[in-house]
Design a protein. Sequence first.
Length: 233
Amino acid sequence: MNLLDFSGYGDEIARGLALTLSVGVGALVVAILCGLLGAAGKLSHSWAAQKAAFVYTTLVRGVPELVLIILLYYGVPTAVQNVVRLAVPGYRLDFNPAVTAVVVIGLIYGAFMAEVFRGAFLAVPPGQMETARAYGMSRRQTFFRIHMPQMWRFALPGIGNVWMVLIKATALVSVVGLKDTLYWSGKAGEALFEPFKFFLIAALIFLGITFVSEQVFRIAERRASRGVARVRH
């Protein structure tokens, strides 16, 4: 079995890989934004914000990703379409499948990011904020100049872990018709009667993505920790 012989499906698998990466990166951006909002809600003094963040993270983390993807991918566009039809009879609203997949996966993993950011915000020593206020910084200046930059250093390992899970979860978008890596691997295996070979290729592709991602996040963590005193035991 020659894994380098794609039997004419090399271009399709390459396009599927490009779609997988674009969906993954886009979903990571959405997840980070949702995670920051979720963490802000959990750390807020507002009861409503705390409850909203709690419901979001509990509901999303408690339901399997595949079920959520199917429900959100088909359910939300259908509901929006019905509302639009009531407002503008005869009008048809079409959703881009790739954009929808990015938003859905981002919303799902934003719930996990919320806990990552909540822990990172709490990990920043409170004495530094008190010192900044003593120097006359406003709450806004303290947040953006002291709290936020240091929070990222604590959040990077968690963001890396969520990314590893998120990029593998992009394989689930093949069930809703997106022609990603897994989709084309399945089509090639079905057409050439070599499913094991092409699914093994897909597995190696995802393994390669996670390996490279791990190195990138490791470098990012080292750069973020420059100048930080290390405690020796």
